[in-house]
Design a protein. Structure first.
Length: 270
């Protein structure tokens, strides 16, 4: 599908194209799930590492409470890992189906937002993983010396999964801010005026999104999000400067809101 010719494709051709893209995406996800199922031990070792760093128990073992629980957890984690690891492949299939219907400028924006969103989601998951041991250490010791935490494999992996997703989704915040700036909903002046309010809003969002509610996870999400908001302001300022530079030579440049615009009295050629 390329160019304007694809926009004139009949409905049946579009449906056939969609079916092919969905088949390739599902095939990639299936292969990722199967591979993750067989490589379960390295995945579990990777996910268990923050717990081993935070736990004082010998061997940092995790417990299962039933004969079928281990298999169900392995299947669940393999499914999530398969979807995440093959994200570049199935995202490409979605983009390859959608982008031919867009104009050149829209394609550029769509590709930029897709790449930025993917990188920010990965960055959020990385920040969550690197700070997870601090939060776990706080949670495991908050009960005092007389309390021994018996951590189940299911509850731990659910906690890790929710934490990684919360940070990944939270770090998509600047993508939406920049998008609203591009479409004109959040101009530069408004972004600057909302700085103080954003401190409170980001702090409240971080407190809600972090599942553990420990201070380490809260700061690990809130501080980067506000820094990313400042990056959004810089991007908006660059865009505003570039827009002024483009319109500097236009006849209406520099006119106020109440000033009449320039009208060329010469008749146009038919």
């Amino acid at each position: 599908m390329t160019g304007a010719a694809d926009a004139r494709m009949p409905l049946v051709e579009h449906l056939r194209e969609l079916r092919g893209r969905l088949f390739k995406a599902l095939l990639a996800i299936t292969v990722g799930i199967v591979a993750s199922f067989f490589f379960w031990e390295p995945i579990l070792s990777f996910l268990r590492q923050p717990y081993c760093q935070a736990s004082t128990a010998e061997g940092c073992g995790l417990f299962v409470f039933g004969p079928l629980e281990a298999f169900a957890i392995r299947l669940k984690v393999s499914s999530i890992a398969g979807v995440v690891l093959t994200a570049p492949l199935w995202l490409y299939q979605i983009g390859a189906f959608i982008t031919p219907a867009l104009h050149r400028k829209e394609k550029r924006y769509a590709a930029s937002f897709l790449v930025a969103g993917t990188l920010l989601f990965a960055a959020g998951c990385a920040v969550a993983y690197l700070t997870l041991d601090k939060g776990l250490q706080f949670l495991l010791t908050v009960g005092g010396d007389g309390v021994v935490a018996l951590t189940g494999l299911k509850s731990y992996l659910n906690f890790v999964t929710v934490t990684l997703l919360a940070f990944g989704i939270g770090f998509l915040f600047p993508v939406f801010v920049v998008f609203l700036n591009v479409v004109g909903v959040l101009p530069l002046a408004r972004l600057r005026a909302w700085r103080r309010g954003m401190v409170v809003g980001i702090a409240a969002a971080a407190a809600i999104l972090t599942p553990s509610t420990d201070p380490y996870s809260f700061l690990a999400m809130a501080v980067p999000l506000y820094l990313l908001y400042e990056v959004c302001i810089v991007i908006a300022a660059v865009r505003a400067r570039a827009s002024r530079r483009r319109h500097r030579d236009e006849p209406d440049a520099g006119l106020g809101d109440d000033d009449p615009s320039y009208v060329d009295p010469r008749p146009s050629r038919l």
